[in-house]
Write a protein that binds this ligand. Structure first.
Ligand code: G3I
Length: 317
């Protein structure tokens, strides 16, 4: 049977998975599935600021380099995740009480250093992650509070200077439907484009609950695509109340197909990334108590009905 990456390659799109460093290093089944089925990878944690620069001025590239090297040797592209975020900041930065001018310099240096290191090896960066509240206002963060919304344009410009070929994204969750949050992002995207800011894509994380793929998703993605932006599903998973029944696994398969078709049916959809590959290593049970089974492979690395749904969503025939 054709693999996920076989279908994706045939369509010229990306099928990705978030990768955790632990299993990448230690589980043969993990890399076997990853390399057979996926033509793109995202570091689940290794490129976040707290992982890269736990102490000021001393970078720790080990896990990030390992993933980029792995991808290169298995003919996979890399999505970079993420440069500007309110969370997973090192404590020296979180608690540093820096002035606006200092923060601006700190952010510029971080972006230039990180994007510059992987220049030419990362095809897309989630430059800005989760900048909005659910009501469409800007989320409070060290960046927003001290630098205002202008930090978003600055970050995109710095990233573009460091790697002019990388596609630069704003990424968020609960923006898959047409709602207050996606309306606010749409307004910001239009404004940035009108100002000539190098914004190239919008990442729709797509952390769904079973049966919860929004009815307005395709039309919502299309309005961003109509601005000339790429659209991608960047963190797809579909959580189920545990234990998952056969009927629920079948519904999940339908949901994976619908979600991937909602992207691939829109012009300028660059691809779909799942937030992991196996239920054995998923953030879901640790965050949503009583939920899990969110990914295309079960804990024993068996392909679930969700795998077939995703495969059918990628394969137009
Ligand atoms: O690295 C430390 C380790 O040193 C320590 O011993 C251990 C003990 O708790 O924690 C480890 O850090 C954990 C890290 O994952 C790496 O495993 C953090 O506690 C844990 O909070 C962190 O969770 C990650 C989460 O982002 C943090 O916000 C999840 O794995 C990751 O899947 C999740 O990914 C996010 C995306 O980046 C953005 N969108 C939402 C998505 C899901 O929350």
């Amino acid at each position: 049977a054709t693999t996920l990456r076989g279908h994706a390659d045939a369509r010229g799109v990306r099928i990705g998975a978030a990768v955790a460093d632990g299993p990448l290093r230690s589980e043969a089944a993990y890399t076997t599935v990853l390399d057979r089925e996926f033509n793109s990878v995202t570091a689940e944690n290794a490129m976040k600021w707290d992982a890269l620069e736990p102490n000021r001025g001393s970078y720790n590239w080990g896990a990030a380099d390992r993933l980029v090297d792995h991808a290169t040797s298995h003919n996979q592209g890399v999505r970079g995740h993420t440069l500007v975020w309110y969370a997973q900041l090192p404590s020296w930065l979180k608690n540093g009480n820096f002035t606006a001018a200092q923060l601006n310099t700190i952010l510029q240096n971080h972006i230039s250093t990180t994007v510059g290191r992987y220049k030419g090896r990362i095809y897309a960066w989630d430059v800005v992650n989760e900048a909005f509240n659910e009501d469409g206002s800007m989320r409070s963060s060290v960046w927003q509070d001290k630098l205002g919304t202008a930090h978003i344009a600055s970050a995109l410009r710095w990233a573009h200077t460091a790697d002019p070929a990388a596609k630069l994204y704003i990424n968020d969750y609960n923006i898959e439907a047409d709602n207050a949050k996606s309306d606010a992002l749409y307004a910001l995207a239009r404004q940035l484009l009108a100002q000539g800011v190098p914004l190239h894509g919008v990442g729709f994380q797509s952390h769904f609950v079973l049966g919860g793929v929004p009815a307005s998703m395709k039309a919502n993605l299309k309005r961003f695509s109509d601005l000339g932006l790429e659209v991608s599903l960047t963190e797809l998973d579909i959580r189920i109340p545990l234990p998952a029944s056969g009927a629920e696994l079948a519904q999940q398969s339908t949901d994976y197909k619908t979600a991937s078709e909602n992207c691939l049916g829109v012009p300028r959809c660059a691809g779909v990334t799942a937030w992991g590959l196996t239920d054995k290593h998923s953030w879901v049970p640790g965050t949503f108590s009583g939920y899990g089974a969110a990914l295309p492979y079960n804990e024993g690395y068996g392909a679930k009905p969700a795998y077939t749904g995703l495969s059918n969503g990628l394969n137009p025939n």
